[in-house]
Design a protein around this ligand. Sequence first.
Ligand SMILES: [Mn+2]
Length: 359
Amino acid sequence: MFAKNDSGVWTPVFAKYDLGTAFAAGIWNVGPGGGRFAPVMRPVLSLEETLSELKKAGCTHVEFHDTEAEPEDAEKIMAAVNNAGMQVWMCTANLFKRGPEFASGNFGSPVAQSRAEAVRRTKDYIRTGIEVFHASVYVYWNGSNGYGGPMQVNYRDMYRWTAEGLSEVVAWMLEEYGPERALPIAIEPKPNEPVNWGAPGDCGETLAIISLMPQEYRPFVGTNLETCHAHMAGKRFAAELGLAAAADKLFYVHLNSGTGLKYDEDLAFGDNDFGVAVETVYALMEYGYSGVVGIDVQPLNTDTPDQQAESVARSIRNFRRALTICRERVNPDELNALRSAANRAGLSDWFARITSGMS
Ligand SMILES: [Mn+2]
């Protein structure tokens, strides 16, 4: 949904929640585990059981890929979501692992057929998101979009094609539904995995791609920033949030954590570095974020059958712990005085004091 702001620019309208009261997680955030290097630890749950686990973990909303909730099954799935007393906040077409068509990328692939298929799948799932799920945001994660080595792609064309594909989707959506019913599209950048160089790789590249779109389509596209993806790009996550907010493009967030410049670990939010969680929550407060908070995490390899959704539950507990610290121990005047004096030594000491709760 969009409405015109005071300057006459179409702006997304999201349901407003107090921070800490509404959370969404993906149906893929609960699972049996197992892979090349890990044993299967947990049974596969039905959709109903998964929804129940996510709700117990503290989620009010849920997210789907089109591979977990095909458009033709969407009505049935929506009935299960309603039965669980939940809502769909986000949906996203899988443009990376559906089949060989996306091995070379999607909107920016050098293969024309892959680009066309990405546009088709995206339109299809936006239709489902609007008509069946009554979703609030559509996410485009770049996934396989990018390149692997020297001269594999004309980079200028790759960025232009990515913007053109998104523009084609927006043009169709406006024609079909009008701006009032249009689903905000949030681009989720990731710098690598499954490709060696993903495009867009960070918030800046995401904003640059939006700027390559025709002016009239830009308001309908923003960002969905994920903690672990930002860390993989060597970025400070809260600074990425700040950049998106400065451009009025902070449409959605995916919170989790990772241990550095590694792979997409999808650890619980607050795991490994609780200070990042505190800074993240404070950034959301400062930038006035009021939508549902997205959690995108995986169970740990050691999680047992009764810990199916423990990573989601711990993320929510850590979010609330961080929120309590931000609300009860941060004095904004004290913080801003330290900031405007550029007293970095004082800021570091202050941060240890508020996160530890000790003087
Ligand atoms: Mn994500």
